[in-house]
Design a protein around this ligand. Structure first.
Ligand code: DQA
Length: 142
């Protein structure tokens, strides 16, 4: 079982950006948490982070050729307006779970809309970094 975790713009700034919202742990901590979980649950893990929309689309397309079994994606602010990332996700048929660290539904109104969610099979919001593990569980349970 191969799972790809994609993080979009500004998620490399975890621990630096708005710690009251996203927590004090940095992106390196998130990666080591994911690696530990991959060992514990015995799946193959790939991770990718980019601040660029096209690079995220390229990585989603690459996942098709690599026969990735599931994608966990935090598209960051692209969630709210990237139809191109929506279309890339809709192009590939493996299970896809969207994750947001913060509770987007209780923040500014522009964050209430996800244009990428309709191309995914489920969503986790407002669970902090633990949300990534919950999203992985949703793929492993398939
Ligand atoms: C986020 C929520 C988005 O609205 C925001 O633009 C992010 C992070 C989250 O994980 O809570 O960059 O996706």
């Amino acid at each position: 079982m191969k799972i790809l975790v994609i993080n979009g713009p500004n998620l490399n700034f975890l621990g630096i950006r708005e710690p009251d919202i996203y927590g004090k742990q940095d992106y390196k901590f998130l990666l080591s948490m994911l690696e530990d979980y991959a060992k514990e649950k015995n799946f193959e893990l790939e991770t990718f982070q980019s601040n660029h929309e096209g690079a995220i689309i390229d990585r989603i397309q690459q996942a098709y050729f690599e026969k990735v079994d599931g994608i966990v994606i935090n598209p960051g602010a692209y969630t709210h307006y990237s139809y191109a990332i929506h279309d890339a996700l809709a192009s590939v048929s493996m299970k896809k779970i969207e994750i947001h660290i913060s509770n987007v539904n209780e923040r500014e109104s522009f964050r209430h809309i996800s244009v990428t969610l309709p191309a995914c099979d489920g969503q986790v919001v407002g669970q902090g970094l633990k949300g990534y593990l919950l999203a992985i569980d949703m793929i492993l349970e398939q």
